[in-house]
Every structure is written in C-alpha cells, then in structure tokens.
Design a protein around this ligand. Structure first.
Ligand code: HGY
Ligand code: MN
Ligand code: MN
Length: 433
C-alpha cells in the first residue's frame, strides 16, 4: 500500500497496539512475561525497532550518548527548537506492554501524521525513547531522561546490578562511552516543551468513564534501601535472647504503611530479603526497599523524618541496628499552564462527536513517576493520560482499548497542533530549574 492508506495503516490505533505487541517479544523472561532493562540486549533490539519506525515516519534518527533512541523532523525552517515527544521503552519485571511503550509509539505515529499533513510548524518535532525510566536494574530511576536533562551524576557509575555489573561497565558493553555521557545533555534552548502520553496506572479515568485525562502534576518519589541487623540464631532460642531482624522489619513495614496512610502519602515495600533465610534460623539481617511518594515534597520529607524515628524506636526496643541508604530522589513536577492547556485542547478535539463531547476535560495527579519529571528541569512539560483497565499497571494484565488509543492519537496530534497555533508558539527558553 502506498499513500494515505499506508499512512492510516501505520498511524492507526491498531498499528500502535500491534507494535506494542512486537516490542513485548523483546524480553529476558520466559513464558511470555516481559522484562526489559537498561543497556540490555533487549534494550538494543527495541531501540533498533523504534529507530526504523521513526525513519518510516520521516525522522532522522540517532542514539544518544545515554542509549536513548531519538528522532527529529525539522519545522518550517531547519534548526528550530523542538517540541520533544516521547516516553520510555524499559520495563519493570513481569511488566505490562503499555507502560512507557504506548507513549513512544503514540509520539512516532503523531509525527508521521503531522509530516504527512504537510503542516509546517514553528518548531521542530523530536521523539525520544528513554532507556531507563523505571530504574529497576541499577536502583536509581530516570537515568536516560536525566542524561538528556543534563542532571547526570558521576556517582552513578559505581551503581551495580544484581549480577554486580557496574553501570560504567554496562555502558561499555552496550557500546557507549561513559566519558561521553555529557553529549546526551540538551539545553533549554533546544526545546519549546515536552509532551508525553502515558497510561494512567490508576483507576480514576475508568471510575469517571473517561478515555483521556490531563496530568496536573507528578508526585515526587524518594526510594531507600533499609537494612535491619539483629543476631542469627537457633529457632529454639528463648524470647528474651532473640534479636530477630525479620520480626523487627515486619513491625517497621506495617508501621510505615499506617504512617503513610495517615499522611495521605503512598509507601511501597516492593523488595524484602532475609538472611540466612532458613526455616529454623532466627533472621540475622533483613533488607527491604521503600518507595515513598506524595503530591507535595514537604509532606513526603516530613513523613520520612517520622519513619526514621520509628525505625530507631523499633530497633532500640528489639536490640536491633538499622542502616538506611537513599537510592533515588525525584522532586514533584508540575505541568505548565501552557502544556496543560494544549493537552486539554487535544482532549476536547478528540472528544468532539463522542459521548465525551462538551465534558470539561479531567485533570488528575500522577502518583506514578515519569520521565517528564526529569525533562521538566529543561523545559515546560505536559502529559496526556490514557485509561487502562482497572488502573492495573506493572503487571501482565495491563491493558488499553483500541478506541481509547485512537482517542489518544487524535488528542496528542491536536495538542501538538494547538501548541503550533498558540500565540508565541516558541516560549522564551526557561532558565534551568
Ligand atoms: O515508579 C514509578 O512510578 C514509575 O512507574 N517508574
Ligand atoms: Mn512504570
Ligand atoms: Mn512509565
């Protein structure tokens, strides 16, 4: 097929969903489960696929110095600042197939549509497929988008994965030069803004019977590795002589959950490891992760101080020792009025003629973190949320409907054109935050 039919076939919701399915086959897990981590062979494979689809859409492509897959379509004149569109292609273990991936493919499809329409925009369009939004391999998140934002920390080179492979060495194995990481950094003058489409990863849109929503802000997250140390011993040891690290960690975990609920925050302990981990041995050491997030950083940080005091109290009472290492911190990010406005215009345009026509678009907080948090250091950010069944994410049951993806494609395209049509479509470059 050539011509418009070919374009429609490439930029339809069905085509985007088929590409999500193709990307899902690039995994390091068996039995149809999905895991794709930063700087892995699977990461290289999906970068190559995305690059091919970007080129089909008319973009010139490159892989940046951090392993992000990038593409660019010039605007009315060459060299203009770009509207950056994108999301991430890495996943959590046993992931769904839309978290991040839908945003990358929506961006490519919308650039394809704009190019084919012949519209010349007052800015270039760039698409980025970030390589490490989740941070599950090396512990700290947003590595790809922080490299692009110029906020990379050299201390990260010593981070190691479960096999003990350092980030520095993983870079070289992937074919990247750690010394060149600075070349991935862009400046505020390179962009007029950043727009990201992402599944909601929450139940609100479904509860409100809406296919799409506008993100108002993104909750800031801090992650910790907490180690409770006691004394391993025979399971027949009398109570008075026991210093049970797992019992102490368990009491702390339940207390952290209660404190977070009361403070309207979200706390997740997703990882727990016990040593020596035997049925008839008192645990000498328990290590667990804590992911703490909230709408406002100050509330989250106050809660963390309370959690530290609570850990000390539990350990004092039980004769245990506690060690804490912060592994990740990202401040809350607010979507700008301008970008929320163009996303709203897109949602209205997509809703025209449907049951959503005339309904004021819904704005909602994202408790999930996103690359937009890092890109917000450079330029204004906006996000379009897409309904996902039951709000389920970070799970194989993650799912979206073709109709909602079609609405998202139309809304995202309309948002890009709304920015192009807005007065002063090229906002003054922002000073880095
Ligand atoms: O952790 C998060 O919220 C995101 O899915 N990485
Ligand atoms: Mn995720
Ligand atoms: Mn994501």
């Amino acid at each position: 097929m050539t011509g418009h039919g070919d374009l429609a076939a490439r930029t339809s919701a069905a085509a985007v969903l088929a590409r999500c399915d193709e990307l899902a086959t690039h995994t390091d897990l068996p039995d149809g489960l999905i895991q794709r981590v930063y700087l892995s062979p699977e990461h290289a494979a999906v970068n190559a696929l995305a690059a091919g689809w970007m080129r089909e859409a008319g973009l010139t492509t490159w892989q940046d110095a951090a392993g992000n897959q990038c593409g660019r379509l010039e605007g009315a004149t060459p060299g203009l600042p770009a509207l950056l569109l994108g999301s991430h292609l890495d996943t959590v273990p046993s992931a769904g197939r839309y978290d991040g991936i839908l945003g990358v493919l929506t961006a490519i499809a919308v650039v394809d549509r704009v190019r084919a329409s012949g519209r010349s925009l007052p800015f270039a369009l760039e698409v980025v497929a970030f390589g490490d939004e989740e941070g599950t391999r090396f512990g700290t998140a947003l590595l790809g988008s922080r490299a692009l934002a110029g906020t990379w920390l050299d201390a990260w080179w010593e981070l190691a994965d479960e096999q003990g492979i350092r980030l520095h060495d993983a870079f070289e194995t992937f074919g990247l030069d750690p010394a060149a990481i600075g070349r991935a950094a862009r400046t505020s003058n390179d962009f007029v803004g950043y727009l990201e489409t992402h599944i909601e990863q929450g139940p609100v849109l479904e509860e409100q019977d809406r296919p799409l929503g506008i993100v108002s802000s993104i909750a800031g997250a801090r992650r910790f590795q907490i180690t409770i140390t006691g004394k391993a011993g025979h399971s027949g040891t009398p109570w008075v002589h026991r210093r049970d690290a797992l019992a102490g960690a368990s009491e702390a975990i339940v207390a952290i959950e209660r404190l977070a609920r009361d403070a309207d925050l979200i706390a997740t302990i997703g990882h727990l490891e016990v040593f020596p981990d035997a049925v008839n041995v008192i645990a000498g050491r328990a290590e667990f992760s804590l992911d703490l997030r909230g709408r406002f950083d100050a509330d989250r940080d106050l809660a963390w101080q309370q959690i530290e005091a609570l850990l000390a109290e539990i350990c004092d009472t039980r004769g245990l020792h506690v060690g804490v290492e912060q592994t990740h911190s990202a401040p809350a990010a607010h979507c700008s009025d301008r970008m929320r406005g163009v996303i709203a215009a897109g949602v209205r345009a997509a809703g025209a003629g449907t049951a959503d026509a005339g309904r004021e678009p819904l704005e909602l907080l994202s408790m999930a973190g996103h690359d937009a948090m890092a890109v917000g250091h450079l330029t204004e950010i906006g996000m379009l949320f897409v309904r996902c069944a039951g709000g389920v994410s970070h799970h194989p049951d993650e799912s979206v409907t073709e109709a909602d993806v079609a609405a998202a494609l139309d809304a995202f395209e309309a948002a890009v054109l709304a920015l192009a049509d807005s007065p002063g479509a090229m906002p003054a470059p922002q000073d880095p935050a």
